[in-house]
Design a protein around this ligand. Structure first.
Ligand SMILES: C[S@@+](CC[C@H](N)C(=O)[O-])C[C@H]1O[C@@H](n2cnc3c(N)ncnc32)[C@H](O)[C@@H]1O
Length: 451
């Protein structure tokens, strides 16, 4: 068995210039910060460029297997070591508990983890303890894993309240949803119909050695994720990166409306502008007001619209307070892509499940209800409103809309997709499930205001 000292040559992550122990240190600092409530996206953006790709790949994997890692650590040591050491120990366990998923051999990971512990003042005093725990794990792996199997958090790698919520909301599909949330999501593109077609763009991809297949009306699922700089015409707006389920929003809103007319459209929660751009691509004469309460995120909307060479009135404002931004003219169509728990996009953001609290669901549902009620008042009689969330919890989807319909008798529920479960699972029966490809979990409801 190798010892815990560093060896020569030091293992490097595939294609990365940084040694593995540094990546493990960076990953442990990211997961420790997530544990204290910070979002992983911002933490990864703040990593030094040389470490970022490697730390990102490891952090995603650690967050996916965080439930198992914590349960194993509890078997190895009832009392957790100080936070920095615990984060490093759990990082190693998350990466090596299942060798079929491990990016490196378990021995390399253990060796490099202990080396990482020795290099930092916050973990140096626990290096011996970490070494002892990980060596024991290697010796007793199967028995320790068996002991954690009875714990649903270890088995499903989601908080218990989340698992129970899905069991309640999706009694026939909860385990498939949780399983789907563990695999990485594909990179899906939306082809700008003003500049190309799906068939043409597939040919352009092939010409630069990339491949994919068509999904839905506008989409291409890439065989392998690549930096956007490698996508032909990306800077000119020929394609955007957008999940296949998110690509449903714009066509659902415009269904039954005249796309050649100068429709007044409100995109009430627009940032970073993925759906705003799509609306303008397929409804070129629309007058779109794109709101978001976050000014910094509004800049991202403008940046995205500039790249697509389309225009909207972008405003940083609270959609729930129209007196601060509305000019008094009713809208023909409103898209409310409401703030939510993001429970449907766990494949792309495996930290979210650990960041959310059970009480967030009710609090977000109350915000959604307020936005829905306020925006309904800004819709023209005969106009359409699409309500959507990237959540699979009923309280943020089906229940929200049922309550709204009970209180608003001037609302007609149009044929609507309802909940789309993540991955390649079937959608609700009211929707054609043709070639939809892999997609995130979403909820969509289409409403029309009676004339
Ligand atoms: C799900 S994201 C929208 C994604 C966007 N529609 C897209 O497709 O790119 C929700 C957005 O709602 C914004 N938001 C939250 N509360 C809001 C409010 N009261 N008024 C306007 N925007 C709000 C958030 O800042 C966030 O950008």
């Amino acid at each position: 068995m190798p010892t815990s000292s560093s060896h020569s040559p030091t293992p490097h992550a595939n294609g990365a210039s940084a040694p593995l122990w540094k990546l493990l240190q960076g990953t442990a600092s990211v997961v420790a910060a997530v544990r204290s409530g910070r979002s992983m996206t911002a933490l990864l953006d703040a990593q030094p460029p040389a470490l970022r790709p490697g730390v990102q790949a490891l952090s995603y994997q650690v967050m996916r297997w965080w439930g198992r890692a914590q349960a194993l650590r509890a078997q190895l040591a009832r009392k957790a070591p100080p936070p920095a050491a615990d984060a490093l120990l759990c990082t190693a366990l998350a990466l090596c508990w299942d060798e079929s998923l491990a990016p490196y051999s378990a021995f390399t990971l253990v060796d490099q983890t202990v080396h990482a512990a020795r290099q930092h003042k916050d973990t140096r005093a626990q290096a011996h303890f970490i070494n002892a725990c990980l060596r024991r794990f290697l010796r007793e792996r199967d028995a320790l894993i068996d002991l954690t199997d009875a714990d649903p958090v270890a088995q499903w790698n989601h908080p218990l309240w989340w698992i129970q919520q899905l069991q309640h909301d999706h009694p026939d599909h909860w385990s498939a949803i949780l399983t789907a949330s563990q695999s990485p999501a594909p990179m899906t593109l939306r082809v700008n119909q003003n500049q190309s077609t799906v068939a043409d763009y597939l040919a352009q991809l092939q010409a630069v050695g990339l491949s994919g297949h068509a999904v839905g009306e506008f989409g291409i699922e890439l065989r392998q994720a690549v930096p956007v700089s490698q996508l032909p015409g990306f800077a000119q707006g020929v394609v955007s990166v957008q999940d296949a389920a998110a690509q449903w929003a714009a066509p659902l809103l415009l269904q039954g409306l005249d796309r050649q007319a100068p429709l007044r459209i409100l995109d009430a929660c627009a940032a970073p502008g993925g759906k705003t751009g799509h609306l303008l691509e397929i409804c070129p004469f629309a007058q779109v007001v794109a709101l978001d309460v976050d000014p910094a995120r509004c800049e991202r909307v403008q940046h995205n619209l500039d790249r697509l060479q389309v225009q909207a009135q972008v405003m940083a404002a609270d959609a729930a307070r129209p007196e601060s931004w509305w000019d008094g003219s009713l809208f023909d169509a409103i898209l409310l892509d409401a703030p939510c728990t993001a429970s449907g996009i766990g494949r792309r953001h495996p930290d979210v499940r650990w960041l959310r609290r059970e009480s967030d669901v009710g609090q977000l549902a109350a915000i959604q209800a307020r936005l829905l009620k306020t925006l309904w008042g800004l819709l023209q009689p005969g106009g359409h409103l699409v309500y959507c969330t990237c959540s699979i919890f009923l309280e943020e989807g089906h229940q929200q809309i049922q309550t709204f319909l009970q209180h608003n008798t001037d609302a007609v529920f149009l044929p609507s997709p309802g909940h789309l479960r993540p991955q390649n699972s079937r959608m609700s029966p009211s929707v054609q499930d043709n070639q939809a490809g892999e997609h995130d979990g979403f909820y969509y409801a289409r409403l029309q205001k009676r004339l």
